[in-house]
Write a protein that binds this ligand. Structure first.
Ligand code: S3P
Length: 443
């Protein structure tokens, strides 16, 4: 289904950030292997997480929904996963598929992993290479893509330095390390999101993290530790989703908006730091806690923005926010340069190409770089709009385009909004609450 976002003057109101996608996947996976019954609230009920829930059910965990974002999960504990009856479909989710490869790898089962067109075009070898070294057997389609047959078993610990800065690779190895013999060590190239480490600790697992001056942290985990179920676990709000409401307010003519319960973790909040550097009026106030994490309320005002050269060191902490950051840069004065973001090429779409096409079709000058892009900002209200953006099976491109339309001179359309439900099912409700004007095809 298509949608069109019309220009509006005022963005105002308060929304609660939807459950963090990364933390939701991890909470479900960890509860699924823990010993006993866990209860979790604040879970994101997007399609990606629902697919992870189906996966752990197929492997023997019991999952029951007790309310909105509230689930009870009985883990398999010492007994481990049992063989699934059929294929496990991870839909659009790289996190679901890759982390589960690690988790399944430590169990004596065989499972065939499948995914949608976008996921089936994404590289899996980055995870399977270290997992094979640990003793997992994996057969993939050509080019290391899904479908993949993963056969777990007795694993041995490894020491591994992933060539890419990837929390998914790190997490898959750590999760396999839970049942490996010895101490598994991951040396990170750069610090990436650390939710696996934090949540494992909440489930009673010892994880050692050594910070380094040069390079990212070194994470170690001793095999043979059994997770203890938690009653009352909770998931913080997603900064990657909150960034859409924040950006829409920053580029608006007038108003003020707040996003509450947002995860406050320096491995995730680079977008907000970068926006501040551009001149964004953003205030952050502590508003609570979730399992292993703190949360904040972010109060945002429309702001006059100036282009910046983004520090590549900030990229891992805002990797998923770069599409909406490019929209922000379009409404800033002067050029914004993003480099060090080659990983964008292997996200739900080739996001460098998708971002450049989204901007260009709406009258914004943008230069594609191998590892980023340069946007020539047109200032507040300076973006012509009027374009039809191709979503390319990518939820964040679709949402970014609709935010762009709220402040452009002419409406912005997107050819497919279906994928938005993978990460942010409340997106259209939140847009409406804040005063955006979005029309879905035929409505
Ligand atoms: C995620 C890690 C990131 C991110 C993805 C979620 C995670 O991917 O882009 O949306 O939950 O670990 P990479 O690890 O491939 O960078």
């Amino acid at each position: 289904m298509r949608a069109r976002s019309l220009p509006v003057d005022r963005i105002a109101g308060t929304v609660r950030a939807p459950g963090d996608k990364s933390c939701s996947h991890r909470a479900v996976m960890m509860a699924a292997v823990a010993d006993g019954e866990s209860t979790v609230t604040g879970l994101l009920e997007g399609e990606d997480v629902l697919n992870t829930a189906k996966a752990v059910k197929a492997l023997g965990a019991q999952v029951a929904r007790t309310g909105l974002g509230a689930w009870t999960i009985v883990g398999v504990g010492e007994r481990g996963f049992s063989a699934p009856a059929g294929d496990i479909d991870f839909g659009n989710s790289g996190t679901g598929a890759r982390l589960m490869m690690g988790l399944v790898g430590g169990h004596d089962v065989t499972a065939r992993f499948t995914g949608d067109a976008s996921l089936s075009s994404r590289p899996m070898e980055r995870v399977l290479k270290p997992l094979r070294e640990m003793g997992v057997s994996a057969e993939t389609a050509a080019g290391g893509r899904l479908p993949a047959v993963i056969r777990g078993g007795k694993l041995k610990a490894i020491r591994y330095a992933p060539p890419e800065a990837s929390a998914q690779v790190k997490s898959a190895i750590i999760l396999a390390g839970l049942r490996a013999e010895g101490i598994t060590v991951v040396e990170e190239k750069e610090a990436t999101r650390d939710h696996t480490e934090r949540m494992l600790r909440a489930f009673g697992v010892e994880v050692d993290v050594e910070e380094r001056v040069e390079g990212g942290p070194i994470v170690s985990i001793r095999g043979g530790q059994l997770l203890r179920a938690i009653k009352g676990a909770s998931v913080a709000g997603d900064p990657s989703s909150a960034a859409f409401a924040a950006a829409m307010t920053l580029i608006a003519g007038e108003g003020e908006a707040s996003v509450t319960s947002m995860l406050d973790n320096r491995t995730r909040t680079g977008f907000f730091d970068a926006a501040k550097e551009m001149g964004a009026s953003l205030r952050v106030e502590g508003d609570g806690q979730a399992t292993g994490e703190e949360t904040v309320q972010v109060v945002v005002l429309p702001s006059r923005l100036k282009g910046i050269t983004l520090d590549p060191a900030l990229v891992p902490s805002m990797i998923d926010e770069l599409p909406i950051f490019a929209v922000l840069a379009s409404f800033a004065e002067g050029k914004t340069r993003v480099t060090g973001a080659a990983e964008l090429r292997v996200k739900e779409s080739d996001r460098i190409k998708a971002i450049c096409a989204m901007l260009a079709v709406n009258g914004v000058e943008v230069e594609e770089l191998p590892d980023g892009f340069i946007v020539t900002g047109l200032g507040a209200r300076g973006v012509p709009g009027g374009g039809l953006v191709e979503a390319r099976h990518d939820h964040r491109i679709a949402m970014s385009a609709l935010v762009m339309g709220s402040a452009a001179k002419h409406s912005v359309s997107v050819d497919d909004i279906a994928m938005i439900a993978t990460s942010y099912p409340e997106f259209f409700d939140h847009m409406a609450t804040l005063g955006a004007s979005v029309q879905k095809d035929g409505q």
